[in-house]
Design a binder for this molecule. Structure first.
Ligand code: MG
Length: 381
């Protein structure tokens, strides 16, 4: 088999999410947004697909790097092709990011799964075919009845429990919210949710990502008292020493890194430095499924759990092939949005959750995205 074409379809789909000036998503009016579908085509007619934001698969990247590395090559040689792209990153003057590597690598997995008629998680070797989800809230806002007060979080937590979630992670208030960041408000929200869901319900906090060491330590000690299950990214992750210091001063498990660049290399450094108690990876953070597997296995080798960051078919696949992780991150969730609503460009969502809080893996060949090709082809731009 040889790769003969790389296609990018840009299309319009409907969204009810808007981004604030710091890039956080919030509910908004229905509007059209651009989305892209990357497709890799082999000479036997096999195809693999991955959705991506348009800038991640823009022509400069596809023509300059992806085609250069992939055309004429065996699509099953995922590791060699990934290494070829990773090698190009340094010479790309930071243009070729891990996000692009992830889109290409996920499309290669999807191609292989479709070619051999098997879900990707079964090709890798499954550990489970369903995984418990935690409800991951959007960042706080200032919308009446939204996520504007600690009481809003508490009320929404009760709704999430009734929906079936067996754990909840709060993203609290961040800039540009007028009163953010404020660790005292974070604690109020965490305490209100604890009060609402009871003492034994697993809760996590992903706080403002730029606190000082002293604010981060104070906040960590407060949610430790509230029995929170993990403490995520309260400081800039580029300072690994700050996390080693924080983890040494807290009993609550510190989880990370999520946004620090450097794939498995930087995560090995975090483990060595004692900068986290639970490791973190996500397909879009480190360049795909292959590099994430290296990180999951690295964590397992050190007796650590590795929790998967973010949702979608690729991240759900990771959750299905690991023993040393407990949750799938489902979201981002908000009282004004219906997460279970199927987007125009899909026939069904990739992460359906039952009333017991389990997300079930798709048995369809490939990554499990149920793509509505008719809609996409009718809405090209
Ligand atoms: Mg996070």
């Amino acid at each position: 088999m040889k790769i003969v074409d790389i296609k990018v379809r840009n299309f319009l789909t409907t969204s009810r999410q808007v981004k604030d000036s710091d890039g956080h998503s919030h509910p908004g009016e229905r509007h059209k947004v651009r989305q892209s579908l990357l497709s890799i085509v082999a000479d036997d007619g096999s195809e693999g697909h991955c959705f991506a934001p348009p800038e991640v698969v823009r022509p400069h990247l596809i023509n300059g790097f992806v085609r250069t590395v992939l055309i004429g090559e065996d699509p099953l040689a995922r590791e060699r092709l990934w290494q070829g792209l990773a090698h190009w990153q340094r010479g790309s003057t930071d243009q070729l990011t891990d996000r692009t590597l992830a889109a290409v690598e996920l499309a290669l997995w999807d191609l292989a799964g479709r070619r051999f008629g098997m879900p990707v998680y079964q090709m890798i070797g499954s550990y489970r075919d369903r995984v418990l989800a935690y409800g991951s809230t959007m960042c706080g806002d200032e919308m009446a009845g939204g996520l504007a007060t600690p009481e809003d979080y508490a009320r929404y937590a009760e709704w999430l429990v009734a929906r079936g979630y067996k754990a909840i992670k709060l993203h609290t208030w961040m800039k540009p919210v007028s009163f953010a960041p404020d660790p005292r408000m974070d604690v109020k929200a965490c305490a209100a949710v604890r009060e609402a869901v009871g003492a034994d319900f697993p809760l996590m906090l992903d706080a403002y990502h730029g606190y000082s060491r002293t604010d981060a330590l104070w906040l960590g000690r407060e949610i430790e008292k509230l029995g929170y299950a993990w403490y995520e990214e309260p400081m800039d992750e580029f300072s690994m020493s700050s996390y080693a210091w924080l983890a040494a001063n807290l009993d609550i498990p510190v989880i990370g890194p999520e946004s620090a660049h450097g794939k498995f290399h930087v995560r090995a450094e975090w483990v060595k430095a004692g900068a986290c108690d639970i490791l973190r990876t996500g397909v879009y953070d480190v360049g795909g499924i292959g590099p994430s597997l290296k990180i999951i296995h690295l964590a397992e080798s050190f007796g650590m759990n590795c929790e998967v960051h973010g949702g979608g078919a690729g991240n759900l696949t990771l959750c299905a092939v690991q023993k040393n992780g407990r949750w799938y991150e489902r979201g981002l969730l908000h009282p004004f949005l219906d997460y279970d609503q199927v987007p125009d460009h899909l026939n069904s969502i990739p992460d359906p959750m039952d009333e017991d809080g389990y997300v079930h893996l798709s048995t369809a060949p490939g990554l499990g995205e149920d793509i509505n090709f008719d809609y996409i082809n009718a809405n090209l731009v």
